[in-house]
Design a protein around this ligand. Structure first.
Ligand code: PMV
Length: 350
């Protein structure tokens, strides 16, 4: 039982709701978890602006519980199975949830095969739809609580999804550095604690490898349980929160670059030190990283990278008078390492 458990009466009817949710990219990474979806360390991410999932959910009250899902118009029975299991898991928090049939139509604004994680925006949008239904059925209307509970529910679908419910910089996982932070849901990092340089940022995602990952993030998180370096990593993530807090406040871009790249490489180092080991970076990922480092050495311009659990490279750079030169470099020198000249140009959403 917690503040999200529910046993008040409800009144269900046929409904159709919809919601949109953006994706996010972590700066301090979540990698490793405990039951029930409790992060082994706190994480912080930027919410994106253009990479989103749009979801429409129809609830049919007189029918037996089942879920039918469509992705960009095509039926996806595998996804439906996953959602059915997810709905069964969250009945304690939405007691009406197994009392009807669902038709869920969803589409991403970014290419499906791009390797950009759709689970964060996908579960974020589903959780928002569920809270829209809950508002209809329970008659409760409290916008702040609705968002908080949507973040709580999204987390139970996919951990990082809980951060997508909020804009700007978002924290998930208890840390003494951020008031109100929690393992159960995400909170927005206080805007007044963020230097303006970090509020206008680009994220161009280079699509190095399109298609399925060889190891899912569920398996990857699980391998942290037996990774001999895991405890040190979790401790370091806590320490990095202290560091990022002062960087965000004072606007030290050089230190920000150092920390964000270190976090990305640590995530992949953890994968390489798992038993069995696995590598999600591709040759192109390493070529791009080396090119970025060369470029920074030669020009001193603030282009840097982060990675999620895949081969794609997120190119980060502030939006200012330097960004044109950086963009030219990306197009001229980095696009050649993508599979099909693939790049998704996004910005942070504040
Ligand atoms: O939310 P999941 O289980 O897909 O895990 C995501 C983990 C990373 O993207 C690698 C890091 C993060 O904090 O988003």
């Amino acid at each position: 039982m917690n503040e999200f458990s529910e046993n008040n009466p409800f009144n269900i009817s046929n409904q159709k709701v919809s919601a949109t949710c953006p994706s996010n990219i972590a700066l301090i990474k979540y990698w490793g978890k405990y039951e029930p979806q409790i992060p082994a360390n706190p994480s912080i991410s930027y919410t994106l602006n253009h990479c989103k999932t749009n979801t429409e959910m129809e609830f049919l009250v007189d029918e037996k519980f089942s879920v039918q899902t469509f992705l960009s118009g095509n039926e996806e029975p595998k996804f439906a199975q996953k959602i059915e299991k997810y709905f069964q898991k969250i009945e304690e928090y939405l007691p009406w949830i197994l009392k009807g049939k669902y038709i869920i139509k969803t589409e991403n604004t970014f290419p499906h095969s791009s390797g950009i994680a759709s689970s964060a925006s996908g579960f974020g949008a589903i959780a928002k739809c569920l809270m829209n239904l809950d508002e209809q059925f329970s008659g409760k209307t409290n916008e702040d609580f609705k968002l908080k509970k949507a973040s709580f529910l999204a987390r139970l679908g996919s951990g990082s999804a809980c951060r997508s419910l909020y804009e700007g910089l978002v924290v998930w996982g208890k840390t003494e550095e951020v008031a109100e932070s929690s393992d159960l849901f995400a909170v927005q990092y206080p805007n007044e604690e963020i230097h303006p340089i970090f509020k206008s940022f680009n994220d161009w995602v280079l699509l190095i490898h399109e298609g399925e990952k060889s190891v899912s993030s569920t398996v990857g998180h699980g391998l942290m349980n037996t990774n001999p370096y895991a405890q040190r990593r979790f401790q370091e993530a806590h320490e990095n929160f202290k560091t990022i807090k002062s960087i965000l406040k004072n606007g030290d871009l050089q230190e920000f670059i150092k920390l964000v790249e270190h976090e990305a490489l640590t995530l992949h180092a953890m994968m390489m030190m798992s038993e069995p080991a696995f590598i999600l970076m591709k040759t192109g990922t390493l070529q791009v990283i080396n090119k970025i480092w060369e470029f920074r050495k030669e020009t001193n311009l603030p282009l840097f990278f982060t990675l999620d659990a895949g081969a794609n490279v997120h190119l980060l750079f502030p939006e200012n008078s330097d960004s044109e030169k950086i963009q030219e470099f990306i197009v001229k020198e980095l696009l050649q390492f993508t599979q099909n000249n693939g790049v998704v140009k996004d910005v942070m959403r504040f």
